[in-house]
Design a protein around this ligand. Structure first.
Ligand SMILES: [Zn+2]
Length: 835
């Protein structure tokens, strides 16, 4: 039982990483490198917190120079980051960043692992991090990674001794790495894991240090390095025609959503690792000291090594298929080995090598990109042997089904065979989606119920085909995911994973709809069919007191992938109220409430995600003064759309169009987040903006980072930005100037307006300001001093200048009513009449 489970676990790891890419076709130099790697039985686990924390130079060095099996364990999937390439945030960004990590590993030769920890956003201290994550669950997952991957060596990216000096997730990753190093070999710790794997004690744990952790190069040069190992990771790889640094640059450039595209670099470069725990090193050169990393490491391995070392020593670059008899012999010997861990890993490596050496091309494609549970799927299976080896195709079988073709065909060199195979998707089959998003989690944790899925980078392919063949009379099974293959004239050949989708998905046109009056609004709902002839009814679930008409629509969609739109009228209640509207498509007796979201970028595989579909509706009790708002865009936020929702007329002002006459048309001007960090042209327009205030306008400036402000005169009076932030979105908000108009006119702001805020209160608050500014609010994170710079108002000439680091850009898209009411007051400052 244990063996077969382990085997499935590892195969799935391999297949899922490769699915839906152009199949990797190894050249003979790559085949040779794989033989070299096959002959090394060593492993390294690198641990950090986020996608993009990892040092790709070191991962590539371990994988390509040391030939060790190398994995990066990223505790999170990076949901809390920014997205520089598209609109996806939170879980969708986490999915993109998971794929970017897998793409990076495809280049640097590593493997990718995760825990269930969710990147909930910036965290100042590991204590806070570990209270929002479920510390025990994340520790369990790090132990699980160690027990299943069984690293000889662990390398932490961050220093576990520096709490509070970097992102709390970073320090927490190092602290958990240290703890798991001590616990993974204790059978009394997380014993439920031991039905699937065994305990494991890594030999050593290191910290991947550098000058950066010492503040500057001089301090690092002067530091005691007696406990450190250093090596040059700048080597050139003639077999690749590139150097380690170039591989590393290409790998880290996969983090495009984080703006990590970078130039490659060449030449000698030192890396340092500091021994934290484990066996001391006699001579500080070999991190694997005391570990036999040859085939002799495992019982029965000596004979396998004898065969494979010969292949390496006498490798035929012109015709690698010459080595097939030895590779097949080694595979046979390996099946008799008792060590299930290395047997599984090396069997996979050998199968890949045999396939590549024979020039075998095995592919399973579907006629359609997707199908629904219960539907028939037609597959085309291509098999070709491009060597003179004696290979017989015995059968083709769809994994986990009885759908099978018995063939018994000798694969004559370079003759292509195509087979058709039909299968029916299991009526209860799971839909294709990111496995960690299937169950609702918490702020700090994903909810994954199946222990064997924990750690896996991506979901298992929906369908897999087994190609069973005899090579030199030894039966070998090659598993391939079913893919959808097509070509676009402007892009060439493209692959995407075959997916299982529900017959219908539903999408709301808006995430949030704000009702600032009692008038009804129209909401559009889209039904998309993923099968032919989808027919049923569409209705909306809504909060009490809200009136929806009509009650339902019937839909009939003839063609798969077509969609129909339906418009409902939504009437809000008279009093302030909020809730969710959820669309339901009913087909027969089944209800479908999910939206399908496509993730489509060229550096990662195409994929879809199923997410709950809903719209938050908010009936606001809100008064406004002034109507016409000018908006200067910064790094991008949804504040303009949000202000339009509450009835303002919002015009986007291009920096080059700013002039006194144009500005005078607006009742207020709002500056987008980080505009003074990102919009160079504002340098020359700041005087116009301040004069606009002097002449009676309101200027509202949202947060900018304290570093890299492009203007000298951010405000009409002295104002110094700092890194003060309040990350606890539930922190108490005190009114230090309760009589100030911004808290009273036209909307009376109370503590209730600061409830249900999301992610944080605000960031980069000023910590010094001229006496002309009135601080309005005071707030702080636990155990910190009160911060009064979140909302500062100063009269200037006939108008008002407002600087606010409050996170309106996060609150508006979540429909947080208090944020809208406070913003309306900022826009109304000094104005006496409605509209
Ligand atoms: Zn990080």
């Amino acid at each position: 039982m244990q063996t077969s489970r382990l085997l499935v676990f590892s195969l799935f790891l391999c297949v899922s990483i490769l699915s839906a890419q152009q199949p990797k076709k190894l050249s003979s130099s790559e085949i040779f490198e794989s033989v070299q790697k096959l002959n090394v039985l060593a492993s390294v686990l690198y641990i950090a917190a986020h996608p993009d924390d990892e040092n790709t130079r070191l991962i590539s060095y371990m994988s390509n120079q040391m030939k060790a099996r190398t994995a990066y364990l990223s505790l999170t999937r990076g949901d809390g980051g920014q997205n520089l390439i598209g609109p996806e945030l939170r879980e969708l960004l986490g999915l993109i960043r998971s794929q970017e990590l897998v793409a990076a590993r495809r280049i640097d030769g590593g493997e990718q692992l995760f825990t269930r920890a969710n990147d909930f956003g910036f965290s100042k201290h590991p204590d806070e991090t570990l209270s929002i994550w479920n510390k025990n669950e994340v520790l369990s997952d790090v132990v699980w990674a160690i027990r299943t991957f069984k690293p000889d060596i662990i390398i932490n990216r961050f220093d576990h001794r520096t709490a509070g000096q970097t992102h709390g997730h970073h320090t927490a990753s190092a602290m958990l790495g240290m703890q798991a190093f001590d616990l993974a070999n204790d059978k009394n710790k997380f014993p439920n894991q031991l039905q699937y794997t065994s305990t494991w004690q890594p030999k050593r744990i290191f910290f991947n240090t550098s000058w950066w952790f010492y503040g500057n190069q001089e301090d690092f040069d002067a530091a005691d390095k007696s406990n450190m190992i250093t090596f040059d990771v700048g080597m050139y790889y003639p077999l690749k025609g590139t150097s380690n640094n170039e591989v590393a640059a290409l790998a880290s450039s996969q983090h495009l959503s984080q703006g990590f595209g970078r130039m490659s670099d060449r030449g000698s470069q030192q890396e340092y690792i500091e021994l934290l725990e484990g066996d001391a090193l006699k001579n500080n050169t070999n991190i694997f000291e005391g570990i036999d990393t040859s085939w002799n490491r495992i019982e029965g391995g000596k004979a396998i090594g004898a065969v494979l070392n010969q292949v390496e020593a006498n490798f035929n670059f012109n015709n690698p298929s010459e080595h097939l008899p030895q590779l097949v012999e080694a595979y046979q010997l390996l099946q008799k080995v008792e060590d299930t861990h290395w047997k599984t890993i090396k069997s996979d490596e050998l199968l890949n090598l045999i396939e590549a050496s024979a020039g075998l091309y095995l592919e399973a494609t579907s006629r359609d990109a997707s199908a629904c549970p219960g539907e028939k799927v037609k597959l085309n299976l291509e098999v070709i042997n491009r060597s003179n080896a004696n290979i017989t195709l015995k059968s083709l079988q769809i994994l986990d089904t009885s759908d099978k073709l018995t063939i018994q065909k000798n694969l004559i060199a370079n003759n292509k065979f195509n087979y058709n195979l039909e299968t029916t998707i299991h009526p209860e089959a799971n839909y294709t989606s990111a496995y960690w998003l299937l169950n609702e989690g918490t702020l700090g944790m994903y909810n994954v119920k199946d222990q064997t899925q924990i750690g896996q980078p991506l979901s298992t392919p929906a369908l897999q085909v087994q190609f069973i063949m005899d090579i030199d009379d030894v039966e070998l099974t090659f598993n391939k995911p079913v893919v959808y293959r097509y070509a676009k004239p402007e892009k060439g050949e493209l692959y995407q994973p075959f997916e299982i989708l529900p017959p219908a998905t539903v999408r709301m046109s808006n995430r949030v709809v704000i009702f600032n009056t009692g008038e009804s609004k129209q909401i559009e709902v889209t039904v998309k069919a993923h099968t032919n002839n989808a027919s049923g009814t569409l209705s909306l679930i809504h909060p009490e007191g809200w009136v929806i008409s009509p009650n339902s629509y019937s839909f009939e969609i003839e063609n798969k992938n077509d969609a129909n739109n339906f418009v409902f009228s939504v009437q809000p209640p008279k009093a302030q109220s909020e809730g969710f509207i959820v669309p339901i498509a009913t087909i027969g007796s089944r209800e479908f409430t999910k939206e399908v979201v496509e993730i489509n970028y060229s550096h990662i595989p195409f994929q879809t995600v199923l997410l709950p579909s809903q719209t938050k509706v908010v009936r606001l009790d809100i008064q406004k003064r002034g109507n016409s708002i000018g908006y200067i865009e910064g790094a991008g936020d949804v504040v303009p759309e949000s202000l339009r929702q509450i009835g303002y007329e919002v015009s986007i002002i291009k920096p080059e169009d700013i002039n006194p006459d144009y500005l005078a048309e607006f009742d207020a001007i709002v500056v987008g987040i980080r505009a003074y960090n990102t919009i160079e042209a504002l340098k020359f327009k700041q005087n116009d903006l301040l004069n606009y205030v002097a002449n009676g306008g309101n200027l509202i400036v949202q947060y900018n980072t304290s570093r890299g402000v492009l203007v000298d005169n951010l405000a009409p009076y002295n104002l110094k930005l700092s890194r003060d932030r309040v990350t606890d979105e539930t922190s108490d908000v005190r009114f230090v100037n309760p009589e100030h108009p911004v808290l009273n006119v036209p909307n009376k702001i109370t503590k209730a307006d600061f409830s249900n805020w999301t992610q944080e209160r605000g960031l980069y608050f000023p910590d010094e300001w001229a006496k002309e500014f009135t601080p309005v609010l005071s707030m702080n994170d636990p155990n910190e001093s009160p911060k009064e710079g979140s909302l500062l108002v100063a009269p200037y000439g006939k108008g008002y200048y407002v600087y606010t680091g409050l996170s309106f850009f996060r609150e508006f898209p979540e429909g947080v009513s208090g944020a809208y009411r406070l913003f309306a007051n900022m826009l109304s400052l000094g104005k006496t009449t409605a509209d």
